[in-house]
Design a protein around this ligand. Structure first.
Ligand code: F6P
Length: 408
């Protein structure tokens, strides 16, 4: 065979080989990486485990970037495996994230402290893109809330194969009916309400429980129903404290000298503002305000206006830590398995979602909504495309139907 003919044959064989690989699909993906980003939730590890297991069952190598987008920026990653005694073995019921997480890492607007102490905010996303390419990752799984998925979408525009998985206890990621971690948070809040009930009843007190929920009141609303609360104040409904007072007095007329109130941290009075505990500046696109304190404010006002003693309990990080509920273990496993399946199918730039109760996926473009500008605004800010409680939601209708006061 002449040199030229041999060359042509080799080229032809290579092309056929590539075509076969493309058609085979599963051969395209060889090496993937996971990152967990944003505030932790119960269920992170269950998602990670499901991705790894599905990857292993399909001959794909799995890695994890340490501490979310920070790990991607620093190219700090570990091999993940579920084989005996390895990194990801026995992690299903474990709280937290075995690969860490970060709440301060918008790599599109990253806080850099120079040697002289001056602070600059830089777009370092291209360093991340280089890291992914250099190490040959065929797909990046981004486990996180709206801020994380906003960056994921921006990376997808930069040519990276990204698949998101929706996380947050606040349950406010767009395009999905539920995020992993939410059910555990609601269960913890409901248990707290059961406990507050007995002490409140014994001492004839108003017991206030402040739960998380910056811009969405899902935790407050659902736990109020699950825990038999009398009043639930959520960010979506600016409250009139006098309505809560009326409800407490109505109960007193029925001989009930105690009342249970759930307040989302992001709830605000009509014409008033949210209660901020402190602020920081980690750049655009991350949580720069720490909410907290509204429970105490509400308890004090109710005490003054009703003459009953009132006590506040702030549930805080109890809602995020510890083992996931069975529901969250299953949801997280479904999400993780689906994410890896999507990668094997070559479906990128998407988020795994639950739609009409079924496992599905949505485009990251739809997830960010009108918040299109690269790296501009993400995280828990007003501009984000968050899924808030709507007044026609079954939870609102149910709460109203059984007489839970929503402060309006
Ligand atoms: O978004 C999830 C969340 O748990 C919010 O409910 C809460 O306001 C926030 O994170 C707290 O974040 P951090 O731990 O960074 O203060």
């Amino acid at each position: 065979m002449s040199q030229l003919k041999l060359k042509k044959t080799l080229v032809k064989n290579k092309i056929i080989g590539i075509i076969i690989e493309e058609i085979g699909g599963i051969h395209m993906i060889k090496k993937v990486a996971i990152l967990a980003n944003g505030g932790d939730v119960s269920g992170f590890n269950a998602v990670i485990r499901a991705i790894i297991k599905t990857a292993e069952n399909n001959g794909v190598d799995c890695y994890g970037f340490i501490d979310g987008y920070n790990g991607l920026l620093k190219n700090n990653f570990v091999k993940l495996s579920t084989s005996n005694n390895s990194t990801a073995s026995g992690i299903l019921p474990k709280g937290g994230s075995i690969i860490g997480s970060s709440t301060n890492a918008n790599v599109f607007n990253y806080k850099v402290v120079n040697e002289d102490g001056t602070v600059e905010y830089k777009d370092l996303s291209d360093v991340c893109v280089e890291n992914i390419k250099k190490d040959g990752f065929d797909c990046l799984f981004t486990l996180g809330g709206d801020g994380t998925q906003k960056s994921a979408r921006d990376f997808s525009l930069k040519g990276i194969n990204v698949i998101g998985v929706p996380k947050t206890i606040d349950n406010d990621v767009a395009c999905t009916e539920i995020t992993f971690g939410y059910n555990t948070a609601v269960s913890v809040a409901a248990e707290a309400l059961d406990r507050l009930h007995t002490t409140g009843e014994t001492h004839h007190r108003i017991m206030v429980l402040e739960v998380m929920g910056r811009y969405a009141g899902w935790i407050a609303l659902e736990s109020a129903i699950a825990g038999g609360a009398d009043i639930a104040l959520i960010p979506e409904i600016p409250y009139d404290i006098n309505k809560a007072v009326d409800k407490i007095n109505e109960r007193r007329e029925q001989g009930k000298e105690f009342s249970i109130v759930v307040v989302a941290e992001g709830a605000a009075p009509k014409g008033g503002t949210i209660t901020v505990a402190n602020t920081r500046n980690n750049g655009a696109g991350v949580d720069n305000t720490k909410l907290g304190g509204v429970g105490q404010v509400v308890a004090k006002q109710l005490e003054e206006l009703t003459g009953l003693e009132a006590r506040n309990t702030t549930l805080g990080y109890m809602q995020r830590g510890g083992t996931p509920t069975a529901f969250d273990r299953v949801l997280s496993t479904k999400y993780g398995a689906k994410a890896m399946q999507l990668a094997l199918d070559g479906k990128f730039g998407v988020l795994t979602v639950i739609k009409n109760g079924k496992l599905d996926y949505a485009s990251l473009e739809d997830v960010v909504g009108n918040n299109k500008k690269i790296g501009a605004v993400s995280g828990n800010t007003e501009e984000s495309n968050l899924r808030k409680v709507t007044m026609d939601d079954d939870l609102v209708k149910t709460a109203r139907s059984i007489g839970i006061c929503l402060g309006d």
